[in-house]
Design a protein around this ligand. Structure first.
Ligand code: ADP
Length: 160
């Protein structure tokens, strides 16, 4: 039997949105297994703790054996190398992601020639959706039910 194909989907997921969920679902039509790698984000101050983001994702994907959740406090390429993973998934929104994402994919490939980034175009329903905007709406008391799975809303309410 052929080995399972695995891809990494790394990010802060602070919070995890329906835009992220759409990317995971579509990546699963290309790869057998997706590892969601939750970054500690040394450059950003997290809103939700690493533990609650991991917890929330484990709850959302509890019934899906093809999605695994781990955290990592280093370079994504190093995690990929250590676990013999050759593909990184990224979502691309038409709202300014391209330059950053292109640079990151090129740098990752420079750091490790065996790794390629696979871009999935954001679905039209999610063009405008970002974790930072969701945090802002939530902070000002707006309704985020359309953007964030219920379990993550509950986690956010706990710290507000
Ligand atoms: P960051 O790496 O900036 O912390 P996130 O954790 O928000 O980014 O997202 C991880 C990945 O998901 C990135 O590739 C990002 O472009 C993608 N992404 C975020 N929001 C959406 C969305 N609404 N639709 C599609 N892809 C998205």
């Amino acid at each position: 039997m052929k080995n399972k194909s695995v891809a990494l989907y790394a990010g802060s997921f602070d919070p995890f949105t329906y835009g992220h969920q759409d990317i995971v679902a579509r990546a699963l039509t290309i790869f057998d297994q997706i590892i969601i790698l939750v970054a500690k984000s040394p450059r950003k101050t997290a809103f939700l703790s690493l533990e609650s983001r991991i917890d929330g994702l484990k709850t959302i994907y509890a019934k899906n054996k093809n999605v695994q959740i781990f955290s990592w406090d280093g370079l994504v390429v190093d995690y990929a190398k250590k676990n013999n993973i050759k593909h990184i998934i990224r979502g691309l929104r038409p709202t300014g992601d391209f330059d950053n994402e292109f640079q990151m994919a090129s740098m990752n490939r420079d750091l490790n020639k065996n790794i390629d980034t696979v871009f999935l175009a954001a679905g039209p329903d999610y063009f405008h959706l970002s974790s930072s905007l969701v945090r802002e709406i939530f902070y000002h008391g707006g309704n985020i039910a359309k953007y964030v799975p219920d379990h993550f809303i509950q986690l956010m309410r706990k710290i507000k």
